[in-house]
Structures are given as structure tokens and as C-alpha cells.
Design a protein around this ligand. Sequence first.
Ligand code: SD4
Length: 339
Amino acid sequence: MDRRRFLQGATIASGVALAAKGIAKAAPATTAAGMVPRVCSTWDFGVAANQAAWKVLAAGGRALDAVEQGARVPEADLRNHSVGRAGYPDRDGKVTLDASIMDENGNCGAVAAIEHIAHPISVARRVMERTPHVLLVGDGALQFAIEQGFPREELLTPESEKAWHEWLKTAKYKPVANSEVRSYNAGPGGTPGDASNHDTIGMLAIDAKGNLSGACTTSGMAWKLHGRVGDSPIIGAGLYVDNDVGGATSTGVGEEVIRNVGSFLVVELMRQGRSPEDACREAVERILRKKPNAKDLQVGFLAMDKKGNVGAWAIQKGFSYAVCDAAKQDALIPGKSSY
Ligand code: SD4
């Protein structure tokens, strides 16, 4: 059945892609059910990712297809050293990627520490739709991806390799807050030494039927120990969606998010009546209460509730998130923060 459902999904997705070409702007601002199709995602690079997702939503497509298509944009972007191809490697020079996806029915799939596959978000979706499992890791995830027809590729670009060699000169591991914003703005040929560490794309969408889905994909913390897995592929930590309540995703130092099961916490706080922003703030403050010196790190949460309201909160200034709907397709919003 999984195969049948997947094939149906593929047919719908390609129909959506065709339809999207012509009518992206014709999307309803609200649907008959009063729902507002909308997509949001973390960091500046979320703007371009949202626009790809919006094409799916604008054509009446499913939020799940939207977040997959959106997440694939930074995965393919060579200027982005924290997601997908061109992601900075671990301390051994290996690019290992983490990704997760979750749909409106509570189905989820993830891959962790996968090498040589440029679009881990799509492998995560295959794990969800074609296996009885939730998470595949390392060589097993790569083997599954190859069996599924994903090409095996070298993901370490000359620029990333150069940055790694620079890092090896001191080989200090110290996560830097908001690093990717600086490196991304530097563009191709920008100073790689400036862009030490991280920044994930987490994306949440609500479609015209009022269904929510989310995706999260990253190369994790640059220069990490080989085999280190962050929050992004851990359902409940880096991503969580409950179609009755809302969804949440995170970016920043994954260890702090995992310790507090951050995204699940944000959704549960929304279930208790908190707004998305308030829920994100409380999750950040819980991290800070449990570990006050986490104030020197960055963690940001982004949430969307069942009505499509979006909110975010981060430990430190510098976090940003992008929101896209029928009214405005390129909004970039500075995240509020505790410090
Ligand atoms: C991780 N949360 O692997 C990811 C990295 C990240 O902003 O988002 N950095 O811990």
C-alpha cells in the first residue's frame, strides 16, 4: 500500500508542479474553510525556499509536497554551507547530512549522518512512505537512498574543502551564533573562515485544506565529530507537527534542542493555548533555565498554529525567518530573542 500511496503522491506532485507554472499568484488568500495557505522557514535563505514551496501551495497542492520542494532549494544552493550539497564537513572532512519530514497524519521519516546524497529531505520522505521505519542512519540510509534511485555524489565542494583546511589549522570546535547568515550574504567566494558552523532550514506549511506539514534539513554543526547527529532528524526535537494544533521546528545548537525535546515542547505549549511566538519563547527560556550558559549559544524556534499564525523566538539576536502567503511572497522577519 505504501508504494501505491507513494505513486499517487508522485502523480499529484507532478500535476501540482505543472499547474504551479501558470497560476502561482492565483492562490486563495483564504479558503472556504477560512484557512490561509502559508509557508514559513528559518533564516534568510528561507525566502527562496518559501517561494518554491509557495508554487505548490498556490496551485492547491499539499503542504507535504510544498515543504519537500521548499527544502530542496537550500539543499541545492552552493552558497549555503549549512544545508545539503556544499555543506561544511565534519572534522574528518566528510559531509554528513540530517533531515526529517512530517505530514498531517502524523507520518514521519528521517535520515541522519547520510553521506553522498544531495537531497536528504527526499530520502526522508521515502523512509516515511516506503518503509515501516522512521529513521535510517549512516551507511544504511545511503544504501536505501541508492536503492531508491538517488544518485551517489561528492558533496564536498572545493570551497567547503578550503574552509575545512582553514579550520584544521586550529581545529577548535566552538559553535558560532548565526554564522550562516554572514556566510550566505558573502555569496560565492565569500570568506569561508567567517562561516564556521551551522544553520538549518526548518520549514512549516499549511495548505488550502488546512493541513500542516514540516521539513527540516541540515549539514549540522560544521567540524562536528564524525557520526554526530543533531536535532534536525530527531522527530520531536528539530521538527514536530500535530495537525490538530500546529507545527514547530528549530535551528541552532541541536544538543540543547534534543535535551529539551524542543519542537514537541513548542507544539504542546500551543496545545495549552499559547500563541506560536509565546510557545517558542517559553521553549527557549526553558533551555536557558536548565542551562544558563546556553545564553552564549544560539537556538531558535519557529512555529505555525492550526490557523496559519506564525511566531518565533531565539536565544540571541540575529535569527531571522521568512513567511510567504498570497499577500506577500518574500517577507523576511527578524526573530525576537531573549538576549
Ligand atoms: C544541528 N540544529 O545539527 C542543527 C544545526 C543548526 O543553526 O540548525 N544550526 O544541531
